[in-house]
Design a protein around this ligand. Sequence first.
Ligand SMILES: [Zn+2]
Ligand SMILES: [Zn+2]
Length: 213
Amino acid sequence: MRYAIVPVTPFEQNCTVFWCEKTRQAAVIDPGGDVDRILQVLANENLTLAKILVTHGHIDHAGGVAALAEKADVPIEGPHEEDRFWIDGMPQQSKMFGFPDVKSFLPTRWLKAGDKVTFGEIELDVLHCPGHTPGHVVFFHAPSKLVQVGDVLFQGSIGRTDFPRGDHATLIRSIHEQLFPLGDDVEFIPGHGPMSNFGEERRYNPFLSGKFG
Ligand SMILES: [Zn+2]
Ligand SMILES: [Zn+2]
């Protein structure tokens, strides 16, 4: 599997394209906006969009889903149904953050822990990691030890939990019980900022380890 990161929206959200090299089928994770830029990356790599995947219902991650789905006519998978209130509230989010003309959408498939998502010959494992939002999911490609974690974990930081239905203790538990068991050598693409791996974060992330340097 190969991937490209396409920063989108004023929040520089790491929209991610995963693709199967053999079939050139691609999945776009978290098209928060700037849909034309995402389509351009697909065209440059000669990829066919097979699926839109969504980690959680925040506008910088899901604001372009309706527009991309309309253009490409592909299924939308994720997040977990617990994030339905965020997606239904897309027009209010759009007003709050000054994103114009953002439409709500209904995922083709809500995801839950243990589900698999496929495109081309690629299979991703779905993990449910609540805390930042209650329905946050992450997408793990075990063969390449790569995971897209959205706003659960960042290099040196963790997701905010001051939004409605956010919960700090739940977020910490998701990171320790869902993410870290995947292995220290697993690389992750966060929703914002640079990539890192779980070993680094387990040791040095001041929000997690309590053990510095
Ligand atoms: Zn978020
Ligand atoms: Zn975000």
